[in-house]
Ligand binder design. Structure first.
Ligand SMILES: Cc1cc2nc3c(=O)[nH]c(=O)nc-3n(C[C@H](O)[C@H](O)[C@H](O)COP(=O)(O)OP(=O)(O)OC[C@H]3O[C@@H](n4cnc5c(N)ncnc54)[C@H](O)[C@@H]3O)c2cc1C
Ligand SMILES: NC(=O)c1ccc[n+]([C@@H]2O[C@H](COP(=O)([O-])OP(=O)(O)OC[C@H]3O[C@@H](n4cnc5c(N)ncnc54)[C@H](OP(=O)(O)O)[C@@H]3O)[C@@H](O)[C@H]2O)c1
Ligand SMILES: *[C@@H]1O[C@H](CO)[C@@H](O)[C@H](O)[C@H]1NC(C)=O
Ligand SMILES: *[C@@H]1O[C@H](CO)[C@@H](O)[C@H](O)[C@H]1NC(C)=O
Ligand SMILES: *[C@@H]1O[C@H](CO)[C@@H](O)[C@H](O)[C@H]1NC(C)=O
Ligand SMILES: *[C@@H]1O[C@H](CO)[C@@H](O)[C@H](O)[C@H]1NC(C)=O
Ligand SMILES: *[C@@H]1O[C@H](CO)[C@@H](O)[C@H](O)[C@H]1NC(C)=O
Length: 741
């Protein structure tokens, strides 16, 4: 089947080219050579028949083989050729032994076919043997062609090895950080005094300076320019470590597409080296482009096994997804242009039109066009402003790309190259099945998840309360769920991610279904130190909580689409909405083992510290100093959070610094005055100095900085962390919870 690759553009190639690898293409070379001549003893009809009939042709072929080829593999090759002839034209090749009649001296008297004569496509009435130069040319031609065919695929597989290495590094670093977490925990348990602790740590820790250097220069900073969450010239630039990985991948692709071309003189298929290069480059790029396909699909899925293995978030893989797709598209374009040039060079537009009628050809061209369209429709601007349009185009185009690619490579056989298309389908189906599975696992009576939405115009926040007592998965802090609102027929397919703000573990009460703002009216006099905190209102799920979680609460900021519609529905009164919940996704960052934690959050980013809070303040955690710096526009939002979390916020380990940036006038319902651990401040927070202050306070102890907020804020926090690492505060770890990707 592999020989088809060359037949496609070269109808003059022999059709029965079942080359045996071990024969080093020798038998195929003889066949190529002999096919230049038309022998008199064949019926003048079909071309196919001429390749199988007649004693003259067979004898010439066998004599060539006998003269130029080693014996090993010959039987198999002849068998194959024979079978092909039987299949195609119901004719058999004569037995190999027919050449025994030619004794050596007779052979030397036979006609020698030279290349020059062969190129005139002679009609012959006698047995011929190619002269050595002609045979050598045929042999190097085939040798180079099949060498390329193999190397294209091998180079494509190199990309899999590349990602295997990247993922192994991820798994390795995950294991290392797990060990470090365990050790941090042990240290807290084993050592009593901070001095002892620090001594222990300094002497037995992993080489710290190396780690600090790595963090400072590689893993934490933005690629350049300290812009990571914010777009840079209408694109987004991933973090430095991700950018380096992507850069390595792109460079690897360029290298793999530029080396390993075996160009030969006197090539029979493509006379000039330029032609050979054109053909080989076109093939190489086409093949590597296709081999990239499974990676694109794998990296783009919500349910990506690699996310579970490495602990890297969806955003990271999404960056990889984009870049693999871009590289693959560029390769597809080169492949298509290359082939189009080759075809047009034969006899212009006429041959192009002829090829456009071939299924494999127009499907291939269409696939390239669709890939380009997909990239064009994924630009940052469109993704930002019309996410749903982007998503719909993305899915439709992807389906068509897979279908057209299937037909493009089908001529090589069902598996030869479609072996790279099927995995994409498999990955996609797997993802969709798992999505369904997660929805079922949340509530097996999927139609019956009734959430309560409340919109407060003052705080401009929708709070969505979803009963979760049927969920199999225990809610974890910092995880997020995709929410579908199914009773809006037109939009039921839309799902949007939201971070779990907290789990309310209420005891049976008549007002169980009350929304967030109403719960806060209830007395909440528990101190965090008290023993009865588990019945506290709106309390977070904590490790040692006794009562079963009752409902998940999401705090949602309305924008224009899905969230806007939700707000509109909930605007007038409390509304019951039928939802599907898909999750949890994401993983809990291991904050519990840190002594000092700083959250830098803006707006709805507050859900991240809220969801972690009770776990961080539980007995088993090692947190000593938890500081939350929160920029919020609406006073009412602040007020509701303070009411609901009063019990927790009163813990002495917490310090909450709130910057109300818009409606400054302090109304009476803000209970902040009563809470001594809450500091109200005007204006935006100075992120850099907050980080600096905290880093200086914590000294050599571990400090976790978690940012979740507007892009600029997150970038400032990241930059400040890098600066702290630069000053030798090695214990700083930076985590970012992104609300968009
Ligand atoms: C992991 C994660 C957790 C989140 N947690 C919260 C939360 O707790 N509270 C909260 O208020 N918001 C949260 N968000 C943001 C929330 O998902 C978006 O605000 C929401 O999807 C916007 O929907 P829309 O149709 O109203 O958006 P539009 O008005 O159409 O667009 C607003 C913005 O949201 C982006 N966006 C739209 N749909 C999606 C989507 N399905 N996935 C990712 N981005 C999208 C768009 O690119 C655009 O930038 C979270 C986002 C992520 C990725
Ligand atoms: N459409 C979207 O882009 C979209 C959709 C969903 C979620 N999100 C993301 O979700 C998060 C919260 O959204 P939200 O709407 O709840 O936020 P928000 O209401 O806009 O609140 C953001 C707060 O952060 C402050 N702030 C902004 N930039 C800052 C900076 N550089 N330094 C210090 N403080 C800064 C703001 O102050 P000022 O009042 O002075 O600006 C404001 O108080 C953000 O990450 C946001 O990007 C975005
Ligand atoms: C093939 O050819 C043989 C005779 O050469 C004939 O008997 C046979 O029926 C043919 N088979 C087919 C399928 O044409
Ligand atoms: C091809 O097959 C026929 C019959 O099956 C056999 O007689 C002949 O020897 C074979 N030729 C070769 C070259 O194997
Ligand atoms: C065979 O080929 C020769 C040319 O080499 C031609 O002159 C001759 O007529 C042909 N004979 C038959 C029987 O076709
Ligand atoms: C789950 O909660 C609902 C009310 O929110 C209640 O009717 C139902 O019985 C509860 N189910 C279980 C299994 O606890
Ligand atoms: C909690 O209860 C135990 C006894 O069950 C008591 O010894 C302890 O002092 C209580 N702690 C607080 C903070 O009330």
């Amino acid at each position: 089947m592999r020989s088809i690759a060359f037949v496609l553009l070269l109808p003059t190639r022999p059709i029965a080219a079942h080359v045996v690898r071990s024969g080093k293409w020798c038998f195929g070379s003889c066949e190529t050579v002999v096919t230049y001549a038309t022998f008199n003893d064949t019926s003048p009809g079909s071309k196919k028949a001429r390749l199988c009939e007649g004693i003259l042709r067979a004898t010439s072929l066998y004599l060539c083989i006998d003269e130029f080829c080693a014996e090993s593999g010959r039987e198999t090759w002849l068998q194959d050729a024979n079978d092909t002839c039987i299949q195609r034209v119901n004719a058999t090749l004569p037995p190999y032994e027919i050449i025994e009649q030619f004794r050596p001296e007779e052979r030397s008297g036979l006609k020698r076919l030279s290349a020059d004569e062969a190129f005139t496509w002679p009609t012959l009435n006698e047995v011929v043997i190619p002269d050595e130069e002609f045979f050598e040319r045929a042999f190097t031609t085939l040798d180079a062609a099949y060498f390329e065919y193999d190397i294209h695929r091998i180079y494509g597989y190199v990309l899999f090895y590349f990602w295997a290495v990247v993922v192994s590094i991820g798994v390795g670093s995950k294991v290392v950080s797990l060990i470090q977490d365990l050790r941090r925990q042990d240290l807290h348990r084993v050592t009593a005094s901070p001095d002892e602790f620090n001594h222990y740590r300094k002497n037995y820790g992993i080489p710290r300076s190396l780690q600090t250097l790595l963090k400072r220069y590689i893993t934490v900073p933005a690629a350049f320019n300290s812009r990571c969450s914010q777009p840079f010239k209408c694109c987004t630039v991933p973090t430095r470590i991700q950018s380096l990985t992507i850069l390595a991948f792109v460079v690897l692709n360029i290298v793999l597409c530029s080396v390993g071309y075996r160009l030969t003189d006197g090539n029979l298929y493509w006379p000039t080296q330029r032609d050979q290069l054109l053909r080989f480059v076109s093939d190489r790029t086409g093949i590597i482009s296709l081999i990239n396909f499974p990676l694109i699909w794998l990296f783009g899925m919500r349910n990506n096994t690699l996310i579970w293995m490495t602990g890297w978030d969806f955003g990271t893989y999404n960056n990889f997804h984009r870049w693999v797709a871009r590289v693959s598209t560029a390769q597809a374009v080169i492949h298509s242009i290359g082939y189009t040039i080759m075809i047009c060079e034969r006899d212009g537009l006429a041959s192009l039109m002829r090829y456009l009628h071939k299924t494999y050809f127009w499907n291939g061209e269409l696939a390239t066009i669709l890939m380009c369209a997909l990239i064009a429709f994924s630009v940052y601007g469109l993704r930002r402003s019309h996410y749903e349009v982007f998503l719909a185009v993305h899915i439709v185009c992807s389906v068509f790309i897979l279908v057209t690619m299937y037909y493009h490579v089908l001529i090589f056989g069902a598996w030869e190259w479609n072996g790279f298309v099927y995995p994409c389908v498999a990955v996609w189906v797997f993802d969709r099945l798992l999505r369904g599975g997660r929805i079922l696992a949340f509530n097996y009576r999927v139609w019956n998840t009734k959430a309560t939405a409340t919109y407060n115009p003052d705080s401009h926040i929708v709070s969505l309360r979803v009963p979760c007592n049927k969920s199999w998965a225990k809610p974890q802090p910092g995880t997020y769920y995709y929410i579908y609102v199914v009773d809006e027929p037109l939009y039921a397919h839309q799902s949007h991610p939201f971070t779990l703000a907290y789990v309310s573990t209420e005891i049976e009460r008549p007002d169980l279904q009350l929304p967030l703002s109403s719960i806060s009216e209830r007395p909440s006099a528990h101190r965090a130190n008290s023993n009865d905190s588990s019945e506290s209102d709106a309390l977070l799920q904590s490790a040692d909580s006794l009562s079963k979680p009752d409902s998940l609460v999401f705090l949602i900021r309305p924008y224009d689409g899905f969230t806007g519609r939700l707000a509109k529905r909930a605007a007038s009164h409390r509304t019951s909405v039928r939802v599907l919940i898909e999750g949890p996704y994401g993983h809990t960052v291991p904050l519990r083992t840190f002594t000092n934690i700083l959250f830098v959050v803006g707006g709805t980013g507050i859900v991240v510290p809220l969801s972690h809070m009770s776990s961080l303040l539980s007995e088993t955690s090692s947190v000593v100093n938890l500081r939350v710096v929160w920029a919020v526009r609406e006073h009412a939002f602040l007020a509701s959070v303070l009411r609901d979390f009063r019990a927790l916020i009163d813990d002495e380990r917490i310090q909450l610094e709130v910057h109300v940036t818009q409606d400054i006038q302090v109304t009476d319902d803000v209970p902040a005055n009563g809470l001594k651990r809450v500091k109200l401040m005007p204006g935006r927070p100075a992120v850099h100095s907050v980080v600096e202050e905290m880093a200086m306070e914590s000294g050599y102890d571990g400090l976790a900085i978690v940012a979740c907020g507007p892009a600029k804020m997150a970038d400032e926090a990241r930059k400040a962390c890098v600066a702290m690492l630069g000053r030798g505060v090695g214990g700083v770890e930076y985590f970012e919870e992104k609300f968009k990707w």
